[in-house]
Design a protein around this ligand. Sequence first.
Ligand SMILES: Nc1ncnc2c1ncn2[C@@H]1O[C@H](COP(=O)(O)OP(=O)(O)O)[C@@H](O)[C@H]1O
Ligand SMILES: [Mg+2]
Length: 352
Amino acid sequence: MTGVTLNQAIKRYGETQVIHGIDLEIEDGEFCVFVGPSGCGKSTLLRMIAGLEETTEGQVHIGAREVTHLDPAKRGVAMVFQTYALYPHMTVAENMGFGLRMNGVSKSEIEQKVQQASNILKLDQYLKRKPKALSGGQRQRVAIGRAIVRGPEVFLFDEPLSNLDAELRVEMRVEIARLHNEIGATMIYVTHDQVEAMTMADKIVVLRDGRIEQVGAPMDLYRDPDNRFVAGFIGSPAMNFLECEIADGKVSHPALGAPLEVAANVPAGLSKVTLGIRPEHIEVDRAGDTCTVDLTEALGGVSYSYLLTPNGDKLIVEERDDQRSRQGDKIGITARPDRAMLFDPETGQRFR
Ligand SMILES: Nc1ncnc2c1ncn2[C@@H]1O[C@H](COP(=O)(O)OP(=O)(O)O)[C@@H](O)[C@H]1O
Ligand SMILES: [Mg+2]
């Protein structure tokens, strides 16, 4: 049983606090993704779990053990970084087995573990090669292999795919997900890429400025965000936000047709709210003329039209099949009230 638990975890560098009291529970065998913009504290939090950064206050547990001040080597974790850091003069097999050799593990046991890992990672035919004779994706697989042979209870990944080109990133994403299915260990994966988070995670932790904004399964965050930050961060293209008037429980904006009735508890007396609506939840009304099509992107099955509203707001609308608008078209739009959300324009909190 090797989940990971953080209690009121705080990190300070001198006077500067960068992690502000994180409470988090990661279940045994879970694939948990830390996602958020650059500088939000993802790596710091991961390194606190690994023991590579001292936790200033609070506790870290791995399984039943408190490890807050334990040596990294004794925590039962293995980490994979963005840069592969392979030894250039060693073969793939030697690179993978190096950690075990340093720990005095027998030659036959190392061979067996390297074989097992190379099987899982499809590296069999490369075991005798040096890193310079491998592609970026293969090198990253060797780095993952090096983690696997150590048999950790928890795998920690810090943006492992950021150095790979787009196509390889998609391929490796699938492989890491498969690896998780195969070995079933707890994995914590850091990325700034919300698509990686959405496609790989059992559980996503959205971080901003050293605080948790929301924790949940990918589709729960997508459908039911707690605040404007999460709503805007998860999903691509991003959710549209429109500053609207609200009266008698109905929101109005110059781009929309009739005022929209959205089920949400908005405090009485508030006259402005932020309406959130995803591109796929807006319908184009060809008979209308409130919006101007500024640009269209046809991706094949779907197209995205970038609209300008009468008051200069911008909106993205998804269109399917042959329904595509053309640049310069005048169109109306309607938003699906059942998928629209309202946010506090000051705090960004969602009104539910
Ligand atoms: N050694 C350090 N001294 C002072 N501040 C640091 C140090 N390392 C990281 N930080 C700060 O901590 C914050 C979080 O950094 P980091 O965890 O690397 O973010 P992320 O991985 O999400 O991009 C940033 O504001 C960064 O400037
Ligand atoms: Mg980082």
